[in-house]
Ligand binder design. Structure first.
Ligand code: AMP
Length: 284
């Protein structure tokens, strides 16, 4: 497979992709923060299947990290990542410097009200504005495309979809299933932070979510009962510190009392200094 073209400038990316669209090629876009794993490459594979030109971006976005979060420590391995995208048939790798994306301190940010404050937004009040602002910039740089996002970051997917719709981005946002390790742990660039003991304990998150889904499928309709069942499973693991579990409507992320329709079960759990998130869907 040919090596991808590596582009670091917004103008250069836009010109290259305009030329592709000009001859009728569709663009598939996979935004990432690098430290690529099979979750990311599954998105590239989806894009490769459906689109003529596959673009991946690698940009660790400072705007979405809080002051006490891991922006500096976030894993970066550009050489390995370049080899990974080459192996997965990516045509264009967009890897801008921070100064290209934010030549000045951004005064213009995008907030999707009503979806960004709960769950992940609760303890991370500026996180989703950081995400939507960088995704909007990336969508403007890439132009009309299909953009592939993982369900792993479910709230992010819902928020980006809402933003694209409300701001009329010419972008079709495609949600893709979560890729897991054999023991159920959702793949994440942050899994590498875990000690061996924490790594062994971490699949409790998926077990708790699955138990919640099983209870609903067995007829439980009281959201509080499902919530408490999942919380108890995580609390029983000594190395896990529960941040939150939630039982939400899959579209609005509101918390229904009685369960009906498309439901999403979500969890955020700390193992030592590492905070992991996961979720599953269930329809009743
Ligand atoms: P990140 O590099 O963590 O910002 O993730 C980039 C994209 O990959 C996002 O759309 C994530 O939801 C997606 N992603 C991350 N982990 C997984 C996974 N285990 N399965 C599927 N998609 C994932």
């Amino acid at each position: 497979m040919a090596d991808p073209i590596v582009v670091t400038r917004i103008g250069e990316l836009r010109a290259a992709l305009d030329a592709d669209r000009g001859v009728g090629r569709s663009i598939g876009f996979v935004p990432t923060m690098g430290a690529l794993h099979e979750g990311h490459t599954s998105l590239m594979a989806q894009a490769r299947q459906r689109d003529d030109v596959v673009v991946t971006s690698i940009f660790v976005n400072p705007l979405q990290f809080g002051p006490s979060e891991d922006f500096e420590a976030y894993p970066r391995d550009p050489e390995r990542d370049t080899a990974v995208v080459a192996r997965h048939g990516v045509d264009v790798l967009f890897a801008p410097e921070v100064g290209e994306m934010y030549p000045e301190l951004p005064r213009t940010t995008i907030t999707v009200a009503g979806l960004s404050e709960s769950l992940e937004g609760k303890g991370r009040p500026t996180h989703f504005a950081g995400v939507t602002t960088v995704v909007a910039k990336l969508f403007n740089a890439v132009g009309p495309c299909r953009a592939y996002f993982g369900e792993k970051d479910y709230q992010q997917l819902v928020i980006v979809r809402q933003m694209a719709r409300e701001l009329s981005f010419p972008v079709d946002v495609v949600g893709c299933p979560t890729v897991r390790e054999l023991d159920g742990l959702a793949m994440s660039s942050r899994n590498g932070y875990l000690t061996a003991d924490e790594r062994a304990a971490a699949p409790v998150i998926y077990r708790a979510l699955q138990s919640g889904a099983a209870a609903i499928l067995a007829g439980e309709r009281d959201a509080a009962v499902v919530h408490d069942l999942m919380a108890a499973i995580i609390d029983a693991e000594p190395l896990a510190q529960l941040d939150h579990v939630a039982v939400c409507d899959a579209d609005s992320l509101s918390v229904p009392k009685q369960l009906a329709g498309n439901i999403r079960l979500l969890a955020a759990v700390r193992f030592g200094r590492t905070r992991l998130i996961d979720n599953v869907g269930v329809t009743v």
